[in-house]
Design a protein around this ligand. Structure first.
Ligand code: SF4
Ligand code: SF4
Length: 99
């Protein structure tokens, strides 16, 4: 299951440097996967790219963004449920493409 950042985000920036997959971006910032740059998904608050979020599988025992968020707005995305195997595969893809 990928994590999502809700509209409760207060733009503190604590989560971004903690993400091992560089899946978190400041509002308005383009997101990057491999050599490709994409338009920002949110302009108002920090956002998270589900395509790059492995729930920290392969790096940590628990989602690091959720661990540091002061307002607990990094939550499991009910519309993006993935198995451990799918998350492992996502990590492998990121290993190959670059983050
Ligand atoms: Fe990044 Fe981990 Fe948060 Fe996903 S759960 S956005 S991989 S810090
Ligand atoms: Fe927003 Fe939480 Fe990240 Fe701070 S740690 S930028 S409040 S999602």
């Amino acid at each position: 299951m990928a994590i999502m950042i809700t509209s409760e985000c207060i733009n503190c920036g604590a989560c971004e440097p903690e993400c091992p997959n560089t899946a978190i971006y400041e509002g308005g910032a383009n997101w990057v996967l491999g050599n490709d740059s994409h338009d920002a998904i949110s302009t108002d608050t920090y956002y998270l790219v589900a395509e790059k979020c492995t729930e920290c599988v392969g790096f940590h025992d628990a989602p690091q963004c959720a661990a540091v968020c002061p307002v607990d707005c990094c939550i499991a995305d009910p519309n993006n449920v993935e198995t451990k195997e799918q998350l492992d595969a996502k990590k492998e893809k990121l290993d190959q493409l670059g983050r």
